[in-house]
Design a binder for this molecule. Structure first.
Ligand code: SAM
Length: 378
């Protein structure tokens, strides 16, 4: 760890710098720019308005086991990749639901950034141990919280004193950056600029292959079950997605007791290519179902699952994830990227100079074998 830990946890509510940045960056037409601003605001307002639940409300949630499963997946990622003393950058940190996980990993310093003012305030309250339902104990690491748009602001300008970070996390939020190419690039530029070489980027987001497959299987432009629905607009009535327009593929997502706002499809193979342009190489990508099956083979994570209670506790508590909740978890994937060093062999440099052409054909993979299906569109 370099210059940390700091001894004064601080928060900052400054407005975002208004500079454009990143290869191919800029928002293009002013109209598109303000439209994207409105979408980002809608997302922020939605999350800001969500109040902190009491323990009782949480336990009565129709998706309580899904929430516990999601927490297990995030905990496994953190336990696998965080090291004691690490400096952590938590993009779209929300209400600080992962603070305890980072504490258990004994990290040295934490910076959380989120666009939603209400969430940042709740996160600060949780960090300070002021909520009645959370533990009173203060966290062992110093922290800084910032309220800004992670996909518009140049975070290196906010965080030049704090960087480099050892690990960056973006849980259930990176898809909000795929509304435009400029925002997707800014998200990756921020991660790349702030991670040290060899640093790790962990995250979770919707699995575009599954979402598009479900859409194509459904009769109309909507699909879902008792706890969620996804709805695409009429512009997608043919259920085709031109390869020339991989950004801004918007759908509405509703998840009981959790989400109700616009989201954007992230074609993972393009995300991987774009990340490589920012010196971030893929280490792992797994749909949540595959992730659960694989890491439940490891005794330490089975025990963690038992303690979190997503599948009951294996003893007295026989309650478990419903079929509908399990279906929701199939909509998501976990990923891990590593920041490669610019000083590594020329092969890696060659890869990082790969400028992807979005005019090319690209695919959504079929569900079973995940091989391209040969469609001219994704
Ligand atoms: C589903 S919540 C996840 C919160 C947290 N990462 C977790 O796992 O508990 C999505 C979060 O993304 C945040 N978010 C969405 N767009 C954002 C943006 N442009 N910049 C920063 N945060 C954003 C929302 O405010 C919200 O807190």
């Amino acid at each position: 760890m370099n210059k940390r830990p700091r001894d004064d946890p601080s928060s900052s509510f400054g407005s975002a710098p208004k500079r454009q940045y990143g290869a191919g960056g800029g928002y293009g037409a002013q109209q598109g720019y303000s439209e994207e601003r409105n979408s980002a605001r809608r997302v922020a307002d939605h999350y800001s308005a969500r109040s902190n639940q009491t323990l009782e409300e949480r336990e009565n949630s129709p998706i309580i086991h899904l929430k516990k499963l999601n927490n297990w997946i995030k905990s496994v990622l953190i336990q696998l990749y965080a090291r004691p003393g690490d400096c952590v950058l938590d993009l779209a940190c929300g209400k600080g639901g992962d603070l305890i996980k980072w504490d258990k990993a004994r990290v040295g310093y934490y910076v959380g950034v989120d666009i939603a003012e209400g969430s940042i305030k709740d996160c600060m309250t949780r960090y300070n141990g002021d909520t009645d339902q959370q533990r009173k104990k203060k966290f062992s690491f110093p922290a800084r919280l910032i309220c800004t748009d992670c996909y518009e602001a140049r975070l290196d300008e906010y965080l030049y004193e704090d960087a480099p970070f050892d690990i960056c996390s973006c849980q259930f939020a990176l898809h909000y950056s795929w509304s435009t190419e400029a925002r997707a690039r800014q998200a990756l530029a921020n991660v790349s600029a702030l991670l040290r070489p060899g640093g790790i980027f962990i995250g979770t987001m919707p699995d575009a292959n599954v979402i598009i497959k479900r859409l194509r299987e459904s009769e109309g432009l909507e699909f879902g079950n008792s706890v969620y629905w996804v709805s695409f607009g009429e512009e997608y009535s043919e259920k085709k997605f031109p390869a020339s327009r991989p950004f801004g593929i918007k759908y509405k997502f509703h998840l009981e007791d959790a989400v109700d706002c616009p989201e954007w499809v992230v074609p993972f193979h393009l995300f991987k290519l774009l990340a490589e342009e920012y010196d971030l190489e893929l280490v792992l990508m797994k749909n949540f179902h595959e992730f659960v099956h694989e890491y439940m083979q490891k005794p330490e994570f089975t025990e963690l699952m038992r303690r979190l209670g997503a599948l009951g506790d294996g003893r007295n508590d026989l309650s478990t994830l419903s079929q509908d909740e399990w279906e929701v978890s199939y909509l998501y994937l976990a990923f891990v990227l590593r920041k490669v060093s610019r000083h590594l062999p020329f092969l890696i440099l060659l890869t990082s100079e790969l400028n992807i052409q979005f005019g090319n054909t690209f695919y959504f993979h079929s569900e079973g074998n995940r091989l391209p299906n040969g469609d001219p569109t994704m």
